[in-house]
Ligand binder design. Structure first.
Ligand SMILES: Nc1ncnc2c1ncn2[C@@H]1O[C@H](COP(=O)(O)OP(=O)(O)OP(=O)(O)O)[C@@H](O)[C@H]1O
Length: 328
């Protein structure tokens, strides 16, 4: 695996709401290596999309706290001026396929015009930008003259290819894919996954693949990061996370994955993701944790002190880290 491309240190993003401050990403650290696909997995509301927003610096007006450091090839990019980020980083180094973005294409504006807009904003000429758009369409298996068509003429799968083409057209290093196949039928979903694999090799991309679906993640991921209630609870090489899931939340997620081959009862994790306005003290998962419930020595610990990241022995080249008092 390649060198460290992206390093996220203690990143936070909070939203101000009338009910209080939502700590959607609350002190997350991880690294992404060159050529790696890191899947970020968690239930709805765990902060996965917010993490993508932090990395691309695209966020709503009600964001109240942005903190931590993000290094891209050794250069800090979370705190550089917006103008510099727009000119040099967004699309050119880090691009994103936002959740449900294919539905955000304007049906009455030509595909080409929508694709080139971010490039024009960065100062690329119209001719150059159109060429980049057509090259990208070709790379995702669409005809070059699609630039002249309108989104309402395309199927869902084709629209998603257009969005993916947009993300790679300026040859970024990192692409953040937020649920890139949700809302597509299973066949189209499989085609898109194959396309993502092909593009990864062709353009030597690194992916951050955001999904709630552990089995989908397994198709693409070299490494997996598990998010729970704004925190990272476990991260490691895919073989360690799937072969030796260590955080009780990860274990619950894995045993909730339905399988066609084994006839077993689905084991669900009781309860739901807590409010991120007043999250539980200590480990945020403790109110749902079967070990906390059953083992007396964990009382007064998991509900009081935040667990540190503990390194486990793993098989993969990436460190296997878990934030859980069971391992201390
Ligand atoms: N602009 C906003 N203002 C206030 N709260 C927000 C805002 N955007 C997201 N949130 C809240 O932040 C938390 C994390 O949301 P986020 O969308 O990052 O989670 P997620 O894991 O991506 O979930 P999903 O898979 O449903 O998109 C949720 O509680 C959500 O309601």
């Amino acid at each position: 695996m390649g060198m460290t491309l992206l390093e996220v240190r203690n990143a936070r993003l909070y939203y101000a709401t009338t009910k209080g401050v939502v700590k959607a990403v609350d002190g997350i650290s991880f690294e992404l290596n060159e050529g790696e696909t890191l899947a970020v997995v968690g239930e709805s509301g765990s902060g996965k999309t917010t993490l993508g927003k932090l990395l691309t610096r695209v966020w709503e007006r009600n964001v109240s706290v942005v903190d931590g450091e993000i290094y891209l090839e050794g250069k800090e990019i979370l705190h550089i001026p917006e103008e510099e980020f727009r000119r040099e980083i967004r699309w050119r180094k880090i691009a994103m396929v936002p959740q449900a973005s294919m539905n955000a294409l304007n049906p009455v504006i030509r595909i080409g015009d929508q694709m080139i807009e971010p490039l024009l904003l960065q100062g690329t000429s119209r001719d150059e930008a159109l060429k980049m758009a057509m090259d990208a369409l070709e790379s995702v298996g669409l005809p070059r003259d699609l630039v002249n068509r309108y989104p309402h003429q395309l199927s869902g799968g084709m629209k998603q290819r257009v969005i993916i083409a947009m993300s790679i057209m300026a040859h970024p290093k990192v692409v953040i894919l937020d649920e890139p196949t949700s809302a597509l039928d299973v066949i189209t979903q499989a085609n898109i996954m194959n396309l993502l694999k092909k593009l990864k090799w062709e353009f030597r991309l690194s992916y951050i693949f955001v999904t709630h679906d552990l089995s989908l993640a397994s198709e693409l991921a070299d490494s997996v990061a598990i998010m729970y209630a704004g925190k990272l609870v476990e991260i490691g090489g895919a073989e360690d996370i799937y072969g030796n899931p260590s955080h009780p939340y990860t274990q619950g997620l894995i045993s909730s994955v339905p399988t066609l081959r084994v006839d077993k009862n689905l084991s669900f994790i009781a309860g739901e993701v807590p409010s991120l306005i007043n999250p539980p003290a200590g480990c945020r998962f403790h109110p749902r944790c079967p070990f906390y419930r059953d083992r007396d020595y964990l009382k007064g610990l998991c509900d009081a002190k935040e667990p540190p990241m503990i390194e486990l022995e793993g098989k993969a080249s990436r460190k296997h880290l878990v934030a859980c008092w069971l391992y201390k």
